[in-house]
Write a protein that binds this ligand. Structure first.
Ligand code: ATP
Ligand code: FE
Length: 328
């Protein structure tokens, strides 16, 4: 059987078909980049309208590509939060209609659980217990997992997420959007010459990134002689230093079998290298999503849906814009 995954929480309409082993039979993601470019952020009303236009043709094209019929589906899995309410509603109401029309159950899925299960796509296999770090556009958190279902949140950010600070620093440096990959590229050409703060590095599991961002802004103003490559390299070094310190602490205290790093920032090659070193030092298995599925996509939502089915969770198709990690 296959899961039809549907992701419309923000500005991408994504649909995928995924089997139990994590093989992606088909996937299509329609970006709304051009719709929102002029606003410098996602414009919620326009996002839901664009989802509405894209959703049915995208589902059709994914079903066609895999030569799948409704009979091949074990379930539909659709993001129910966190995200923009209007955008979530497009995916949810479409799934409800298809569920009724096709006679296939539909599950509302937590987007954050989707990110966490993205490491199972293709050949990944998380061994439990695991420590997970979610570093995305909207979240920065670290948690301890007994099994795929039971989370213990260790800490989260008090202000900006890592992804957000990459994006803001990229904008300050005139690197455009999305900021993460642009900063990464610039950083590989520079040297970390600036002394930037490492906020909360030595304190527990909480994060704070807004001070680091402001510090970069001050350096840009006071040190125009420093190249944007060196600025980027200094910023990335500071971020990684903090993230690695927290991962190191969690591995020492929780003694898991795997370290799972997910979310858009986990696409960063520097982050991957740094985490490989920490995992190696502690002798744990490092689990990362395939780079193309580190950012939002429906394949991870479909993958996470298998957990809901196997746990016997009641399908819930109402939106939860501020859904937290602990809630299904
Ligand atoms: P959330 O899942 O928390 O609701 P989101 O879905 O908006 O947030 P993602 O799609 O997981 O977030 O990640 C987007 C973020 O990842 C952006 O901030 C982007 O800059 C960052 N990012 C993407 N690629 C890279 C990269 N190669 N290096 C660093 N950051 C990256
Ligand atoms: Fe996301």
């Amino acid at each position: 059987g296959l899961i039809l995954g549907i992701e419309t929480s923000c500005d991408d309409t994504s649909v995928a078909l995924v089997d139990r082993s994590g093989h992606v039979a088909a996937i299509k993601t329609v970006s709304q980049y051009e719709v929102h470019e002029a606003f410098g952020g996602v414009y919620p009303e326009l996002a839901s309208r664009a989802h509405l236009e894209a959703i049915l043709p995208t589902i059709q094209s994914v079903m066609d590509e895999a030569s799948a019929t409704p009979k091949d589906l074990t379930a539909i899995g659709v993001t129910r939060g966190p995200g923009l309410i209007g955008s979530l509603l497009v995916g949810l109401s479409t799934s409800e209609a298809l569920s009724l029309g096709w006679g296939v159950p539909a599950y509302g899925v937590n987007h954050l659980r989707g990110h966490i299960r993205s490491v199972e796509l293709e050949d990944g296999q998380t061994e439990f217990p695991a420590v997970i770090m979610l570093v995305s556009g909207g979240h920065t958190l670290i948690a301890d997992l007994k099994d795929p279902w039971s989370y213990r949140l260790l800490g989260t950010t008090r202000d900006d997420s890592v992804g957000e600070s990459y994006d803001k620093v990229a904008r300050m440096l005139g690197l455009g959007m999305p900021g993460g990959p642009a900063i990464d590229r610039a950083a590989t050409l520079g040297r970390p010459v600036l002394r930037l703060p490492r906020p909360m590095k030595n304190e527990g599991y909480e994060f704070s990134f807004s001070g680091l961002k402001s510090s970069v802004a001050r350096h840009i103003e006071n040190h125009p002689e420093v190249s944007l490559e060196d600025m980027s390299a200094s910023f990335v070094a500071a971020c990684l230093d903090v993230l690695v310190a927290k991962a190191d602490r969690a591995l020492a205290e929780c003694k898991p079998r795997s370290l799972v790093i997910v979310g858009g920032v986990s696409a960063s090659p520097q982050l991957r290298d740094a985490m490989a070193q920490v995992a190696g030092r502690h002798g744990v298995n490092l689990c990362l999503p395939p780079v193309k599925w580190a950012t939002d996509n429906a394949a991870m939502i479909a993958m996470a849906t298998w957990d809901y089915i196997e746990r016997g969770v009641q399908p819930a198709l109402f939106p939860k814009p501020n859904l937290s990690l602990e809630t299904p």
